[in-house]
Design a protein around this ligand. Structure first.
Ligand SMILES: [Zn+2]
Ligand SMILES: [Zn+2]
Length: 321
Protein backbone atom coordinates (compact mmCIF):
# COMPACT_ATOMS: atom_id res chain seq x y z
CA UNK A 1 0.00 0.00 0.00
CA UNK A 2 2.71 2.44 0.99
CA UNK A 3 4.51 1.99 -2.32
CA UNK A 4 1.59 3.50 -4.22
CA UNK A 5 0.30 5.73 -1.49
CA UNK A 6 1.43 8.97 -3.06
CA UNK A 7 0.93 7.83 -6.61
CA UNK A 8 -0.64 10.46 -8.80
CA UNK A 9 -1.52 9.71 -12.41
CA UNK A 10 -0.56 12.11 -15.17
CA UNK A 11 -2.93 15.05 -15.45
CA UNK A 12 -5.06 15.09 -18.62
CA UNK A 13 -4.38 18.77 -19.41
CA UNK A 14 -1.05 20.09 -20.74
CA UNK A 15 -0.63 22.24 -17.61
CA UNK A 16 -1.80 20.11 -14.67
CA UNK A 17 -3.48 21.97 -11.85
CA UNK A 18 -3.69 20.81 -8.25
CA UNK A 19 -7.40 19.97 -8.69
CA UNK A 20 -6.69 17.84 -11.75
CA UNK A 21 -4.08 15.87 -9.80
CA UNK A 22 -6.52 15.22 -6.98
CA UNK A 23 -9.16 14.06 -9.51
CA UNK A 24 -6.69 11.65 -11.05
CA UNK A 25 -5.53 10.15 -7.75
CA UNK A 26 -5.61 6.39 -8.00
CA UNK A 27 -5.94 4.76 -4.58
CA UNK A 28 -3.72 1.72 -4.12
CA UNK A 29 -5.35 -1.63 -4.72
CA UNK A 30 -5.91 -3.56 -1.49
CA UNK A 31 -4.36 -6.99 -1.03
CA UNK A 32 -6.73 -9.82 0.06
CA UNK A 33 -5.36 -9.48 3.62
CA UNK A 34 -5.99 -5.71 3.63
CA UNK A 35 -9.54 -6.30 2.33
CA UNK A 36 -10.17 -8.77 5.15
CA UNK A 37 -8.79 -6.35 7.76
CA UNK A 38 -10.85 -3.50 6.29
CA UNK A 39 -14.05 -5.55 6.55
CA UNK A 40 -13.47 -7.43 9.80
CA UNK A 41 -10.88 -5.49 11.80
CA UNK A 42 -12.09 -6.46 15.27
CA UNK A 43 -12.34 -10.24 14.66
CA UNK A 44 -8.91 -10.09 13.04
CA UNK A 45 -7.33 -8.16 15.92
CA UNK A 46 -8.97 -10.21 18.70
CA UNK A 47 -8.27 -13.64 17.21
CA UNK A 48 -4.73 -12.71 16.08
CA UNK A 49 -3.82 -11.38 19.54
CA UNK A 50 -5.18 -14.47 21.31
CA UNK A 51 -3.63 -16.87 18.83
CA UNK A 52 -0.34 -15.06 19.27
CA UNK A 53 -0.35 -15.84 22.99
CA UNK A 54 -1.21 -19.52 22.42
CA UNK A 55 1.25 -19.86 19.53
CA UNK A 56 4.05 -18.23 21.51
CA UNK A 57 3.68 -20.82 24.29
CA UNK A 58 3.54 -23.76 21.85
CA UNK A 59 6.45 -22.50 19.74
CA UNK A 60 8.59 -22.02 22.86
CA UNK A 61 7.85 -25.66 23.81
CA UNK A 62 8.84 -26.77 20.31
CA UNK A 63 12.08 -24.78 20.50
CA UNK A 64 12.88 -26.38 23.88
CA UNK A 65 12.18 -29.78 22.30
CA UNK A 66 14.57 -28.85 19.49
CA UNK A 67 17.26 -27.89 22.02
CA UNK A 68 16.82 -31.21 23.86
CA UNK A 69 17.31 -33.11 20.56
CA UNK A 70 20.32 -30.97 19.75
CA UNK A 71 22.15 -31.49 23.04
CA UNK A 72 21.26 -35.18 23.36
CA UNK A 73 24.12 -37.53 22.56
CA UNK A 74 22.94 -40.38 20.38
CA UNK A 75 25.42 -43.24 20.38
CA UNK A 76 24.62 -44.36 16.87
CA UNK A 77 24.91 -41.05 14.95
CA UNK A 78 28.67 -40.51 15.01
CA UNK A 79 29.36 -42.15 11.68
CA UNK A 80 26.37 -40.67 9.80
CA UNK A 81 27.54 -38.08 7.29
CA UNK A 82 24.26 -36.15 7.08
CA UNK A 83 23.75 -35.76 10.81
CA UNK A 84 26.11 -32.75 11.14
CA UNK A 85 24.03 -30.94 8.48
CA UNK A 86 20.78 -31.73 10.28
CA UNK A 87 22.34 -30.76 13.62
CA UNK A 88 23.42 -27.42 12.12
CA UNK A 89 19.85 -26.92 10.81
CA UNK A 90 18.46 -27.62 14.28
CA UNK A 91 20.96 -25.17 15.81
CA UNK A 92 20.07 -22.47 13.23
CA UNK A 93 16.40 -22.83 14.07
CA UNK A 94 17.11 -22.29 17.80
CA UNK A 95 19.23 -19.19 17.07
CA UNK A 96 16.56 -17.74 14.76
CA UNK A 97 13.94 -18.23 17.51
CA UNK A 98 15.84 -16.11 20.08
CA UNK A 99 14.46 -12.69 19.00
CA UNK A 100 10.91 -14.00 18.43
CA UNK A 101 9.45 -13.40 21.97
CA UNK A 102 10.30 -9.66 21.74
CA UNK A 103 8.69 -9.44 18.28
CA UNK A 104 5.60 -11.36 19.43
CA UNK A 105 5.20 -9.02 22.39
CA UNK A 106 5.46 -6.00 20.09
CA UNK A 107 2.78 -7.43 17.74
CA UNK A 108 0.53 -8.24 20.70
CA UNK A 109 0.87 -4.63 21.98
CA UNK A 110 0.04 -3.21 18.53
CA UNK A 111 -3.01 -5.46 18.08
CA UNK A 112 -4.41 -4.75 21.54
CA UNK A 113 -3.86 -0.99 20.98
CA UNK A 114 -5.81 -1.24 17.69
CA UNK A 115 -8.67 -3.05 19.49
CA UNK A 116 -9.12 -0.04 21.79
CA UNK A 117 -9.85 2.38 18.92
CA UNK A 118 -13.38 3.91 19.02
CA UNK A 119 -14.60 2.84 15.55
CA UNK A 120 -14.08 -0.20 13.34
CA UNK A 121 -12.59 1.99 10.60
CA UNK A 122 -9.95 3.27 13.00
CA UNK A 123 -9.26 -0.28 14.23
CA UNK A 124 -8.66 -1.28 10.59
CA UNK A 125 -6.38 1.71 10.01
CA UNK A 126 -4.29 0.90 13.10
CA UNK A 127 -3.94 -2.72 11.98
CA UNK A 128 -2.88 -1.72 8.47
CA UNK A 129 -0.38 0.75 9.95
CA UNK A 130 0.87 -1.93 12.39
CA UNK A 131 1.68 -4.20 9.45
CA UNK A 132 4.20 -1.59 8.31
CA UNK A 133 6.03 -1.77 11.65
CA UNK A 134 9.55 -3.04 11.03
CA UNK A 135 9.33 -5.50 13.92
CA UNK A 136 6.19 -7.08 12.48
CA UNK A 137 7.87 -7.27 9.10
CA UNK A 138 10.95 -8.80 10.72
CA UNK A 139 8.72 -11.40 12.41
CA UNK A 140 7.02 -12.19 9.07
CA UNK A 141 10.46 -12.61 7.44
CA UNK A 142 11.57 -14.98 10.25
CA UNK A 143 8.33 -16.90 9.80
CA UNK A 144 9.13 -17.37 6.11
CA UNK A 145 12.65 -18.52 7.00
CA UNK A 146 11.15 -21.02 9.46
CA UNK A 147 8.74 -22.33 6.79
CA UNK A 148 11.66 -22.84 4.39
CA UNK A 149 13.64 -24.51 7.20
CA UNK A 150 10.78 -26.89 7.99
CA UNK A 151 10.32 -27.76 4.32
CA UNK A 152 14.07 -28.38 3.96
CA UNK A 153 14.26 -30.62 7.05
CA UNK A 154 11.18 -32.63 6.01
CA UNK A 155 12.52 -33.06 2.46
CA UNK A 156 15.92 -34.20 3.76
CA UNK A 157 14.38 -36.64 6.24
CA UNK A 158 11.97 -37.98 3.58
CA UNK A 159 14.92 -38.47 1.21
CA UNK A 160 16.82 -40.36 3.92
CA UNK A 161 13.76 -42.45 4.64
CA UNK A 162 13.42 -43.44 0.97
CA UNK A 163 17.13 -44.20 0.68
CA UNK A 164 17.39 -46.44 3.73
CA UNK A 165 15.43 -49.05 5.60
CA UNK A 166 13.51 -47.61 8.52
CA UNK A 167 15.55 -49.47 11.14
CA UNK A 168 18.78 -48.06 9.66
CA UNK A 169 17.84 -44.43 10.42
CA UNK A 170 19.75 -42.94 13.32
CA UNK A 171 18.09 -42.04 16.59
CA UNK A 172 18.86 -38.36 15.91
CA UNK A 173 17.05 -38.53 12.56
CA UNK A 174 14.07 -40.21 14.16
CA UNK A 175 13.93 -37.59 16.92
CA UNK A 176 14.14 -34.75 14.39
CA UNK A 177 11.48 -36.42 12.24
CA UNK A 178 9.12 -36.54 15.24
CA UNK A 179 9.91 -32.90 15.95
CA UNK A 180 9.15 -31.88 12.34
CA UNK A 181 5.82 -33.80 12.53
CA UNK A 182 4.90 -31.86 15.67
CA UNK A 183 5.80 -28.59 13.92
CA UNK A 184 3.61 -29.41 10.90
CA UNK A 185 0.76 -30.56 13.13
CA UNK A 186 0.93 -27.32 15.11
CA UNK A 187 1.10 -25.20 11.95
CA UNK A 188 -1.96 -26.86 10.39
CA UNK A 189 -3.93 -26.85 13.67
CA UNK A 190 -3.17 -23.21 14.46
CA UNK A 191 -4.26 -22.09 10.99
CA UNK A 192 -7.49 -24.12 11.21
CA UNK A 193 -8.25 -22.81 14.71
CA UNK A 194 -7.58 -19.22 13.54
CA UNK A 195 -9.97 -19.56 10.59
CA UNK A 196 -12.72 -21.15 12.70
CA UNK A 197 -12.27 -18.58 15.50
CA UNK A 198 -12.38 -15.69 13.05
CA UNK A 199 -15.53 -16.98 11.33
CA UNK A 200 -17.10 -17.50 14.74
CA UNK A 201 -16.18 -13.93 15.81
CA UNK A 202 -17.52 -12.50 12.54
CA UNK A 203 -20.76 -14.43 13.05
CA UNK A 204 -21.27 -13.42 16.69
CA UNK A 205 -19.96 -9.85 16.31
CA UNK A 206 -20.47 -8.98 20.00
CA UNK A 207 -17.52 -6.59 20.36
CA UNK A 208 -18.33 -5.01 17.02
CA UNK A 209 -21.95 -4.40 18.01
CA UNK A 210 -20.85 -2.56 21.16
CA UNK A 211 -18.54 -0.37 19.07
CA UNK A 212 -21.24 0.26 16.45
CA UNK A 213 -23.84 1.15 19.09
CA UNK A 214 -21.51 3.89 20.42
CA UNK A 215 -20.73 5.07 16.90
CA UNK A 216 -24.44 5.26 16.04
CA UNK A 217 -25.16 7.41 19.11
CA UNK A 218 -22.19 9.62 18.35
CA UNK A 219 -22.94 10.47 14.75
CA UNK A 220 -26.69 10.11 14.16
CA UNK A 221 -29.63 12.09 15.47
CA UNK A 222 -32.81 10.93 17.26
CA UNK A 223 -35.95 13.01 16.65
CA UNK A 224 -39.43 12.79 18.12
CA UNK A 225 -42.11 12.81 15.40
CA UNK A 226 -44.47 15.80 15.63
CA UNK A 227 -47.68 16.40 13.70
CA UNK A 228 -46.04 18.27 10.82
CA UNK A 229 -43.37 15.61 10.43
CA UNK A 230 -45.97 12.83 10.52
CA UNK A 231 -47.92 14.47 7.68
CA UNK A 232 -44.76 15.09 5.68
CA UNK A 233 -43.73 11.43 5.98
CA UNK A 234 -47.23 9.96 5.51
CA UNK A 235 -46.30 8.42 2.11
CA UNK A 236 -42.76 7.58 3.14
CA UNK A 237 -42.83 4.72 5.69
CA UNK A 238 -39.91 3.17 7.56
CA UNK A 239 -38.22 0.90 4.99
CA UNK A 240 -37.33 -1.69 7.65
CA UNK A 241 -40.80 -2.45 9.09
CA UNK A 242 -42.92 -0.75 6.35
CA UNK A 243 -45.02 0.97 9.03
CA UNK A 244 -45.68 4.71 8.85
CA UNK A 245 -44.18 7.14 11.34
CA UNK A 246 -46.66 8.04 14.07
CA UNK A 247 -46.71 11.08 16.31
CA UNK A 248 -44.43 10.91 19.39
CA UNK A 249 -42.45 8.00 17.97
CA UNK A 250 -38.66 8.38 18.03
CA UNK A 251 -36.95 8.19 14.66
CA UNK A 252 -33.26 7.90 13.88
CA UNK A 253 -31.89 10.20 11.20
CA UNK A 254 -28.74 8.81 9.64
CA UNK A 255 -25.85 11.22 9.00
CA UNK A 256 -24.94 12.36 5.49
CA UNK A 257 -27.88 10.73 3.64
CA UNK A 258 -30.54 11.86 6.17
CA UNK A 259 -32.68 8.71 5.75
CA UNK A 260 -35.18 8.14 8.56
CA UNK A 261 -36.20 4.95 10.36
CA UNK A 262 -37.92 4.09 13.61
CA UNK A 263 -35.19 4.20 16.23
CA UNK A 264 -35.76 0.61 17.37
CA UNK A 265 -35.88 -0.62 13.74
CA UNK A 266 -32.67 1.20 12.77
CA UNK A 267 -30.78 0.10 15.87
CA UNK A 268 -31.82 -3.56 15.58
CA UNK A 269 -31.19 -3.75 11.83
CA UNK A 270 -27.88 -1.87 11.77
CA UNK A 271 -26.39 -3.70 14.74
CA UNK A 272 -27.42 -7.08 13.32
CA UNK A 273 -26.40 -6.52 9.69
CA UNK A 274 -23.52 -4.12 10.15
CA UNK A 275 -20.66 -6.61 10.42
CA UNK A 276 -17.52 -4.57 9.86
CA UNK A 277 -19.35 -1.92 7.87
CA UNK A 278 -22.46 -0.27 9.31
CA UNK A 279 -24.33 1.21 6.36
CA UNK A 280 -27.73 2.75 5.58
CA UNK A 281 -30.21 0.05 4.44
CA UNK A 282 -31.50 2.36 1.67
CA UNK A 283 -28.44 4.00 0.12
CA UNK A 284 -25.58 1.88 1.62
CA UNK A 285 -23.61 4.95 2.73
CA UNK A 286 -21.40 3.98 5.66
CA UNK A 287 -22.38 5.58 8.94
CA UNK A 288 -19.90 7.85 10.68
CA UNK A 289 -17.00 7.39 8.28
CA UNK A 290 -16.85 11.07 7.35
CA UNK A 291 -16.46 11.96 11.05
CA UNK A 292 -13.47 9.66 11.34
CA UNK A 293 -11.89 11.13 8.21
CA UNK A 294 -12.67 14.78 8.97
CA UNK A 295 -11.69 14.71 12.64
CA UNK A 296 -8.30 13.13 11.94
CA UNK A 297 -5.51 15.71 12.16
CA UNK A 298 -2.79 13.61 10.50
CA UNK A 299 -3.29 13.85 6.70
CA UNK A 300 -1.66 10.46 6.12
CA UNK A 301 -4.02 8.73 8.58
CA UNK A 302 -7.00 10.67 7.18
CA UNK A 303 -6.13 9.48 3.66
CA UNK A 304 -5.80 5.90 4.88
CA UNK A 305 -9.18 6.07 6.63
CA UNK A 306 -10.82 7.34 3.41
CA UNK A 307 -9.08 4.61 1.42
CA UNK A 308 -10.24 1.89 3.85
CA UNK A 309 -13.80 3.25 3.71
CA UNK A 310 -13.65 2.93 -0.09
CA UNK A 311 -12.29 -0.64 0.17
CA UNK A 312 -15.19 -1.52 2.49
CA UNK A 313 -17.69 0.07 0.12
CA UNK A 314 -16.41 -2.02 -2.81
CA UNK A 315 -16.38 -5.37 -0.97
CA UNK A 316 -19.63 -6.71 0.49
CA UNK A 317 -18.01 -9.29 2.79
CA UNK A 318 -19.41 -12.56 4.11
CA UNK A 319 -23.20 -12.77 4.31
CA UNK A 320 -24.21 -15.18 7.11
CA UNK A 321 -27.86 -14.21 7.05
ZN1 LIG B 1 -39.65 0.74 11.41
ZN1 LIG C 1 -29.25 6.43 3.42
Amino acid sequence: MEQRDDQLAAAPTPVPTQDAEVDEYQPPRATPMQEFIALYPLPYAIVSARMLLVSSAVVLCLVVHNVVILVSVFEDDKSQSLNPVLRFAALARVIAAIPRPILWWRIYVLYTAAMREPTTLRVAQRLIAAHRDRRIRCNAALNNVYNVWLLGVITTLAYRYLQRADDERTLFERALCRHACWCVLFMVTSHLVSVVAMLSKIHSGEEEQALHARQLERCSECIEVDEAMQQRLADDPCIICFATFEEKQIVRKLPRCGHLFHKHCADAWLLKHGRGRMACPICSSEIGVELDVEEEKDPQVSRELAWLAEVRRLHPGIDFW
